[in-house]
Design a protein around this ligand. Structure first.
Ligand SMILES: CC(C)(COP(=O)(O)OP(=O)(O)OC[C@H]1O[C@@H](n2cnc3c(N)ncnc32)[C@H](O)[C@@H]1OP(=O)(O)O)[C@@H](O)C(=O)NCCC(=O)NCCS
Length: 148
């Protein structure tokens, strides 16, 4: 079922955007005690938003904020709880990376929650720098150079 979901790049204002925000709230923010008003980032409109969906139900997402001509930050990586561990997260990251290569980006960095580090490592991301806390959770910085 998961592998059948459709992957679509959207922007704020797209009919799937409300579903993306709701998924981000449920998976990434609500468990930490944040409100729906605290989900959006200041750079939503400048970011790429890739969503996995079945019809109008959003099941996963990953975002990328371009920071310069060469690269930027992957963020808000989320898969619906009942679908985690079935390959959808990896499929989203690989599809995002394909699009970034097409657009000429070569560097991706991200703030990984500690439990998600092995997920990113399997996708070729490497830890750098010291551990730190963000949104009350231990994090590490990770990065990857996109091959052509
Ligand atoms: C982290 C997350 C995005 C991963 O997506 P997913 O669809 O569950 O992961 P996948 O099924 O695509 O996993 C891909 C690979 O990573 C592995 N993996 C995933 N999560 C893992 C974990 N926590 N620990 C160890 N390995 C993990 C899988 O076993 C799989 O390995 P394989 O290639 O050998 O089969 C998802 O679990 C999620 O939304 N978690 C909650 C929110 C979160 O933590 N987001 C990241 C914030 S930085």
């Amino acid at each position: 079922m998961t592998t059948d979901s459709t992957l679509t790049f959207i922007q704020p204002g797209h009919p799937l955007y409300a579903g993306e925000l709701e998924l981000r709230f449920r998976v990434l923010r609500e468990p930490l005690g944040y409100t729906r008003e605290q989900v959006a980032f200041p750079f939503e409109a400048q970011s790429l938003h890739l969503v996995a969906h079945e019809a109008d139900t959003v099941l996963g997402c990953v975002l990328f904020n371009p920071e310069d001509a060469h690269g930027g930050r992957l963020f808000q990586m989320a898969v619906a709880t009942h679908l985690q561990g079935q390959g959808l997260g990896a499929r989203l990251v690989r599809a995002l990376e394909d699009e970034l290569r097409r657009r000429g980006f070569s560097q991706v960095h991200l703030h990984a929650r500690a439990p998600a580090i092995p997920f990113y490592e399997r996708l070729g991301y490497a830890v750098y720098g010291e551990p730190y806390s963000e949104v009350g959770i231990p994090h590490r910085n990770m990065r990857k150079s996109l091959g052509t």
